[in-house]
Design a protein around this ligand. Structure first.
Ligand code: ZN
Length: 131
């Protein structure tokens, strides 16, 4: 199975989009992608189930009133937060090695020392703490 995703970094004003944080209107979208897994942290028992996992679209938008960033296409009915949900990957030596390489690359390539970094969907903030 191949996964086809379309990514769009274009910005657009969403005149009627209501901010879920402050109820202000006029959020501005800045990133969208289609057909991505609706969960990235749900443990599944087989590769087959992982590859056939439900997908959905994502559109991130920024509220100019309060600064909140939200997925304006979020559909809570498609999510299953249960005992199978595990967001932490810090127990994996393989993941930690990957994360350390990523951090080195980000620090060297983007010179992010003494700068503010925003991680969207940061879970428990383990990556940011390590960064
Ligand atoms: Zn807002």
């Amino acid at each position: 199975m191949s996964m086809q995703s379309t990514i769009d970094f274009g910005t657009s004003q969403m005149e009627r989009q209501i901010c879920p944080n402050c109820s202000g209107i006029g959020m501005s979208s800045f990133y969208s992608i289609q057909q991505i897994p609706v969960h990235s942290c749900l443990l599944v028992p087989s590769q087959e189930e992982a590859l056939s996992f439900p997908t959905g679209d994502l559109k991130l938008a920024f509220c100019p009133g309060c600064g909140f960033v939200a997925n304006t296409l979020f559909d809570s009915s498609r999510h299953n937060y249960s005992s199978r949900y595990e967001e932490s990957q810090g127990f994996s030596a393989c993941f930690n090695a990957f994360q350390d390489r990523l951090i080195r690359r980000l620090v060297e390539q983007y010179d992010i020392r003494d700068k503010d970094v925003l991680e969207i969907g940061c879970g428990k903030g383990e990556f940011l703490m390590r960064l």
